[in-house]
Design a protein around this ligand. Structure first.
Ligand SMILES: CC(C)(COP(=O)(O)OP(=O)(O)OC[C@H]1O[C@@H](n2cnc3c(N)ncnc32)[C@H](O)[C@@H]1OP(=O)(O)O)[C@@H](O)C(=O)NCCC(=O)NCCS
Length: 175
C-alpha cells in the first residue's frame, strides 16, 4: 500500500525515494537512534524503508528528518494499525514525533481506523514520554521482547491509542 503525501503544520509525510537513502542512513547511525533501531546500513535502508511501501519520510524544512512506518491490520474483527518511527537528533524535543503520529493517525482515521499501537523498549524514556503525552496508554510489558546487540533480551512496552478517547481530535501541542 503506497501512502500518499500527508501535510501537517510543520512537516510533510511523503513516500521515501532513493535520494533519501544517505540522509536516513546517517540518522539511523546516530547514537540515540541506533540504540533502538539497531544495525541499519544503506542496503537495509533501501530494502526496508525505500522499497517497503510501509514507510513515510518526515520532511521538515525540505530535509528528511526521520521516518514513520504504518502497518494497518485490515481484518475487520481486529482492525488496528501498528506504528514505528524514528527522528534525527537535529529535531528532538520539539514534539515532531507527536506531530508525525497525529498526521498519520488522522489519515488512517479517515480510512476508518480507530486503534493504534506502539511498542517502545521499556528503557526508551523520550519515546514513552512523547507517546503518553499525545494520548497513548500503557497496555502492558512485553517480556524479553527486543534482543540487544550485547546478546540479552529487554522488555518492550505495549502502548495503544483509541480515537474514542479524543472526541475533539488529537493535539500534539497539549501537555
Ligand atoms: C521517539 C522520538 C520520535 C520522540 O522525539 P520528540 O518528538 O523529540 O519527543 P518530544 O519532543 O515529545 O519529547 C519527549 C520527551 O522526551 C525528552 N527527550 C526528547 N528527546 C530526548 C533525548 N534525545 N534525550 C533525552 N530526552 C529527550 C523531551 O525533553 C521530552 O520530555 P519533556 O517534555 O518532559 O521535556 C525520538 O526521541 C526518537 O526518534 N528517538 C530515537 C529513535 C526512537 O527511539 N524511536 C522510537 C522507538 S519506539
Amino acid at each position: 500500500m503506497a501512502w500518499s503525501v500527508l501535510t501537517g503544520e510543520r512537516m510533510t509525510l511523503r513516500p521515501p525515494v532513493e535520494a533519501d537513502v544517505a540522509s536516513l542512513a546517517r540518522i539511523l547511525a546516530e547514537d540515540e537512534v541506533s540504540r533502538w533501531w539497531v544495525g541499519y546500513d544503506d542496503s537495509r535502508v533501501r530494502d526496508e524503508i525505500v522499497a517497503s511501501g510501509s514507510a513515510l519520510v518526515m520532511e521538515i524544512d525540505g530535509r528528511a528528518a526521520g521516518a514513520i512506518f504504518l502497518y494497518p491490520n485490515e481484518d475487520a474483527e481486529y482492525r488496528h494499525t501498528v506504528i514505528h518511527l524514528f527522528l534525527g537528533a537535529d529535531w528532538y524535543r520539539q514534539r515532531y514525533g507527536a506531530e508525525a503520529l497525529t498526521i498519520a493517525i488522522e489519515h488512517l482515521a479517515s480510512l476508518g481506523h480507530h486503534r493504534f499501537t506502539l511498542d517502545p523498549n521499556v528503557n526508551n524514556g523520550p519515546a514513552i514520554r512523547s507517546y503518553e503525552r499525545l494520548g497513548f496508554k500503557r497496555v502492558g510489558v512485553l517480556r524479553q521482547y527486543q534482543l540487544r546487540p550485547e546478546g540479552h533480551w529487554e522488555d518492550g512496552l505495549l502502548m495503544d491509542l483509541v480515537l474514542s478517547d479524543f472526541p475533539d481530535g488529537l493535539d500534539w501541542r497539549r501537555d
